[in-house]
Design a protein around this ligand. Structure first.
Ligand code: SAM
Length: 290
């Protein structure tokens, strides 16, 4: 599939306004990039990057009309839009990019993640075969690696698990392979749900996959959530409700300097253990009070 991409460079104080305008005119995703080519961030609602010169990039269905979208954007913003770069992008084949760059990877003692068709050197390994498709989650990102190592060190044998923000489904599949009995994977991104369904089917894991709105009031023994700090803070009440008293919540996607704010949002229900660090990221582990 091809995408219509519209990119615009704005000053930092206009990022939120322009991002919202893109969402209003139907962007499928809005991404913010430092115009000096710093790493990409997809800021959560209310979170504005402070770069002075910022590129806001929106993706639309290829069938949309770029010139018409420019006019709509101008109408929403009510001021002239600076120079827009409109181009058509082919889908990147993330699975092959990943396969070409990385091989089998080990997390902790027993857990390995391998591209489909590859095997780890350790015959006793617990293997998660992944094809991430267009979704996030190959194990190469520090936050995914933190969760995989945590799961290897705390195998959820016989426990019920929700993978909240499942991306490719890598954590849900790993939890299932490590002995979890009832595993649910949820995500707000349809491509993530599709990738997770395919990965769970291919790996033979019996995992329920749906949008978080379809998640009933049920509570599980372990919620594992690799999303950003702001959505974690905003979802504190909901996520806490999904953990049994005595159960655990494991959260990452959190920069070290954001850890205190996330823990503060959950302390009404959870007591936190020591933080795990990897690169600039942390993993929080909370035990729900009885
Ligand atoms: C960083 S990826 C994590 C993917 C995978 N779990 C992993 O650890 O590699 C975050 C995922 O969370 C999803 N997400 C973001 N905000 C969410 C929310 N409020 N509720 C559910 N999913 C969300 C995104 O669509 C994305 O697939």
């Amino acid at each position: 599939m091809t995408w219509l991409q519209i990119a615009v460079e704005v000053s930092g104080d206009r990022v939120e306004e322009v991002s919202e305008a893109f969402n209003t005119i139907g962007a499928l995703s809005v991404t913010v990039l430092d115009a000096g080519d710093e790493p990409l961030l997809e800021p959560a609602p209310g979170e504005t990057p402070l770069w002075s010169n910022t590129r806001v990039i929106a993706l639309f269905d290829e069938a949309q009309d770029g010139v018409g979208l420019k006019k709509q954007l101008q109408d929403v913003l009510e001021v002239p839009v600076p120079d827009l770069l409109i181009e058509y992008l082919p889908d990147r084949d993330w699975s092959n990019t990943w396969r070409d760059t990385f091989g089998a990877m080990q997390f902790g003692k027993r857990l390995w993640v391998c591209p489909v068709g590859e095997s780890p050197p350790d015959p006793a390994a617990i293997v998660v075969h992944m094809d991430p498709g267009m979704a996030f989650g190959t194990g190469t990102h520090a936050t995914t690696a933190l969760c995989l190592e945590w799961l290897d060190a705390h195998p959820p044998v016989g426990r019920s698990v929700i993978d909240y923000g499942c991306g490719s489904g890598i954590l849900a599949v790993a939890a299932h392979k490590l002995g979890a009995t009832d595993v649910i994977a949820v995500d707000i991104d349809p491509q993530a749900l599709q990738a997770t369904r395919e990965n769970t089917r291919r790996t033979g894991c019996d995992i329920e996959v749906f949008h978080p709105e379809a998640l009933a009031q049920e509570a599980v023994d372990l919620v594992i959530a690799n999303i950003l700090a702001n959505p974690l803070i905003e979802s504190a009440k909901d996520l806490s409700r999904h953990v049994h008293a005595g159960g655990q919540i494991v959260m990452t996607g959190i920069l070290a300097e954001q850890a205190e704010a996330v823990m503060a949002a959950y302390r009404g229900w959870f007591v936190f253990g020591p933080l795990l660090h990897r690169e600039e990221w942390v993993l929080l582990e909370g035990l729900k009070q009885l």
